[in-house]
Design a protein around this ligand. Structure first.
Ligand code: ATP
Length: 299
């Protein structure tokens, strides 16, 4: 079952096309990476899902129903440009946001106390936002996004502004939310966090969807069919084309798989020395991202 289905969505700002006939299916549960270079159209799509702006044509379905205002309370949105009331105190602000999302007052207070404690920031409850550092305010904003336990969480660059320790805390919170069954849409330029967190991805470039699929399938799709080999105790001269190098007393090189099966390649390699390592090299998301953007930039 999908939580969001986007069909043939179009949006232009004047002459500037921001979304060109985008169709996407976001399954329930799991973390969905929405990727693309600057200006691709990601924020436009996220704003349409959050009903901040409307598409020109096309449809968005939430849990099988046409997206409508009643769904807002089931969505949590952490925008890239953060927005907290600077003069308001942390506690008042979080309770206010929870109430805006239809939470009863007693439950809202209970949840705010729970999250302040969980994030280890209970001592900040009476501080005003403009007395917090950027990273501290980000933590408060993160809590404001998840306080009403939405079914769908949309996080735009959730790690920006955090030091590595706090980024790790946020990452673990995202994993915990996913494990509770919450669907997360993660928009980020940090490919290492996509690699770590996402089950599925879609890539948008110049208003068009250029790639979609499970992360593992996408990585398989772009595998270079190349293996990394580590040998020690070489007893036969290696072919020059392997371009072997010496690292810590071992010989390391890459070979293409070609027509041979991995087993017969292994047997062939064993003739050359003691085989310490043999693994398929899979492309990183960073490599796939850069390659895809380059490939689609000349169309
Ligand atoms: N309010 C607006 N008025 C006019 N053009 C806009 C507006 N918002 C976005 N655009 C244009 O629409 C296109 C898509 O922008 P969008 O903000 O959706 O991209 P993005 O993928 O979120 O980029 P980034 O990664 O930089 O945040 C861009 O060409 C942008 O200049």
């Amino acid at each position: 079952m999908e939580i969001l289905e986007i069909r043939n969505l179009n949006k232009s700002y004047g002459n500037q096309k921001a979304l060109n006939n985008i169709s996407l299916t976001i399954p329930k549960g799991g973390i969905f990476g929405l990727l693309g270079p600057n200006g691709a159209g990601k924020t436009t799509l996220i704003r349409i899902i959050n009903q901040i702006i409307e598409g020109d044509s096309g449809e968005v379905y939430f849990n099988g129903e046409i997206l409508q205002p009643k769904h807002i309370s089931q969505i949590g949105y952490l925008p890239e440009e953060r927005g907290l009331y600077k003069k308001m105190k942390v506690w008042d602000q979080l309770v206010y946001f929870a109430r805006l999302k239809d939470m009863p007052a007693a439950l809202a207070k209970e949840r705010v106390a729970f999250w302040l404690k969980k994030m280890d920031i209970s001592s900040w409850r009476d501080k005003r936002i403009d007395d917090l550092s950027k990273g501290m305010a980000q933590k408060v904003q993160f809590i404001s996004t998840i306080i009403h336990e939405p079914e769908l969480l949309i996080l735009d660059e959730p790690f920006s502004g955090f030091d590595p320790l706090n980024a790790e805390i946020i990452k673990n919170e995202i994993i915990e939310l996913k494990n509770k069954g919450i669907t997360v849409v993660l928009s980020t330029h940090r490919m290492e966090s996509v690699e770590l967190l996402c089950d599925q991805i879609a890539m948008i470039h110049r208003s068009n969807k250029i790639l979609e699929g499970r992360l593992t399938a996408v990585k398989q799709m772009f595998r270079p069919n190349t293996y990394e080999v580590i040998l020690s105790g070489i007893n036969e001269t290696l072919p020059e084309s392997w371009n072997a190098s010496q690292v810590n007393g071992n010989t390391i090189f890459k070979i293409p798989l070609g027509q041979e099966s991995p087993n017969s390649t292994l047997q062939m390699l064993m003739q050359y020395g003691e085989l310490l390592g043999f693994r398929e090299i899979l492309p990183t998301m960073e490599e796939i991202f850069i390659q895809q953007i380059k490939n689609h930039s000349y169309e």
